[in-house]
Design a protein around this ligand. Structure first.
Ligand SMILES: [Zn+2]
Length: 152
């Protein structure tokens, strides 16, 4: 069975990197419903590197789904976007949680944290809710980031 490639479908359907919930497990049907995709698209995602747990029923981790879409968006935009950005209500932009000053506080639900960084333009804090695995990743990336700014 060769995969038919329809030349009409040129447009890449990029999905939100925040749609899935970090700690949730999704069945194939859940994933299809969540993103409004076909079974074929899900097969393509798996072929493109979407991680899953292989068992009696195939399961997908929310954080793997989000990471997969974050990678795709990053590649599509061509810009080396840092993997962790916080949405800012002050300037309507996004600020990196890898550079500059951040704080990490416990979130409203257990296992969730609020990472925040002050907006350089407006001073309001840009927040992003992350799970403990993401907190670890942020910490690692900050340690590995050679261009990290230090406060005077
Ligand atoms: Zn801002």
């Amino acid at each position: 069975m060769s995969a038919p490639v329809t030349p009409r479908r040129k447009r890449r359907n990029l999905q939100s990197e925040r749609k899935a919930r970090c700690h949730r497990l999704y069945s194939s049907d859940d994933v299809i419903k969540l993103y409004g995709i076909s079974r074929n698209t899900l097969r393509n995602w798996i072929a493109a590197g979407l991680a899953f747990i292989d068992g009696e029923v195939r399961l997908f981790r929310g954080k793997d789904l989000n990471a997969f879409h974050a990678r795709r968006r990053q590649r599509a935009s061509g810009a080396p976007l840092p993997p962790f950005m916080a949405n800012c209500f002050g300037c309507k932009g996004a600020h990196s949680l890898i550079d500059g000053e951040i704080s990490i506080d416990p979130g409203r639900s257990s296992g969730m944290f609020r990472a925040s960084t002050p907006c350089p333009d407006t001073g309001v804090r840009a927040n992003r809710y992350v799970c403990s695995e993401e907190v670890d990743m942020i910490r690692k990336l900050r340690e590995a980031n050679p261009g990290r700014e230090t406060r005077d």
